[in-house]
Design a protein. Sequence first.
Length: 152
Amino acid sequence: MISIKVVCVGNLKERFWIEACDEYKKRLSRFCKLTVVEVEEQNKYSQIPIILKKEGELIEKSLTTNTAVLAIEGKEYSSEEFASFLSKQSMESGEITFVIGGSYGLSEDIKKSARHKLSFGKATFPHNLARVMLLEQIYRAFMINEGSTYHK
């Protein structure tokens, strides 16, 4: 069973985000060992480069050798391609860490240290929504690989 870690800047405050993530965590429990790590958003600093550096330092503590960051400049995958990607990661290393940045994205150091860069497209999404989208896509990938009708 693959171990998947999702490292996120900030925590979920609104009930609807929490409930959506909890639902996908429950669904994913039969396919993988999922861990979600929340690092503190560094909004006490006024300059974006300092915020990104401080958040990067916190993120770095949770990284593994097989890390994928979500970044607008990353590679876009169809759901089927992402399912194939996840299956390959499962076979090659048995683990993967996904990283979702905060309001200002991710530091260049974190992006450079990642083995993979993934993108949900050119649009900008709130990081809370990106977390739900990532969990849903991971679940969809497992369902595709299983041959389920979830993915029509």
